[in-house]
Design a protein around this ligand. Sequence first.
Ligand SMILES: NC(=O)c1ccc[n+]([C@@H]2O[C@H](COP(=O)([O-])OP(=O)(O)OC[C@H]3O[C@@H](n4cnc5c(N)ncnc54)[C@H](OP(=O)(O)O)[C@@H]3O)[C@@H](O)[C@H]2O)c1
Length: 253
Amino acid sequence: MIDAIGRPQSVLVLGGASEIAQAIVAKLVPARCRTVVLAGRESARLAEAAEAARAAGADVVETVAFDTTDVDHHLAFVDQVFDRFGDFDVVIAAAGILGTQGILERDPVATASLLAANFTGLAAALVAVAGRLRQQGHGRLVVLSSVAGIRARKANFVYGSSKAGLDAFAQGLGDSLEGTGVGVTIVRPGFVVGRMTEGMAPAPFSTTPDAVADAVVKSIESGAGVVYVPSVLRWVFALMRLLPQVVWRRMPG
Ligand SMILES: NC(=O)c1ccc[n+]([C@@H]2O[C@H](COP(=O)([O-])OP(=O)(O)OC[C@H]3O[C@@H](n4cnc5c(N)ncnc54)[C@H](OP(=O)(O)O)[C@@H]3O)[C@@H](O)[C@H]2O)c1
């Protein structure tokens, strides 16, 4: 149960090897989060994320195989995880790929695959997760969206549209869960300097996994519905939405 000051005792991460999720877990565990379940594609990186959670002092740390695109198995997967580990105070939806726009916009298979990983497959998994959270009657679902979904840019519209879809889905899901004891937090980071953006020139107002993690932990405590990281992006993107299309089209990549 999330305690009186908003500190969760158990967390399930979908996309368990995510650098941002790892930064969040690194803050939750010392604040008394005892159970950490990292769901992801099997890899050395996933095992390392589990090792880091163990080293931080969590009592129960497990990795479980999970792929967002494996939609036929989401219901069984979620049931198994909740049956095995009990209630989860927090579920973090962190799985996602950035892709390479130049390839994506010429390759329908790669585009479909990114949309399935980031949006349709992950949203399908969240339907299963929401079912169990609704049943337990408490908990917070943290969905890693992006400012890229607020208005798709020509330089990354495939990724941007996947985040727009996920973000809209999470908004509706949050509304549908009102009154159940379950809350949804949508996190909209800007450019995060880290593994996903390695080799790219940082965009204005860039941030770090650690800063995103700070904002997420705060939002779990406060029950905030939408979080921008850094927070100034709320106003920057409110303006971006209003730019005439002719100007928007000329925005640099
Ligand atoms: N980094 C940024 O600039 C930024 C900005 C805004 C939003 N975000 C969002 O924040 C989230 C976390 O990003 P991050 O920076 O932590 O990137 P990351 O370290 O690359 O983490 C993304 C994780 O998603 C997993 N993943 C990808 N496709 C998957 C699939 N089909 N099934 C299961 N897992 C899958 C990856 O697994 P593998 O380890 O197996 O590859 C990886 O562990 C993502 O949703 C991203 O879109 C990131």
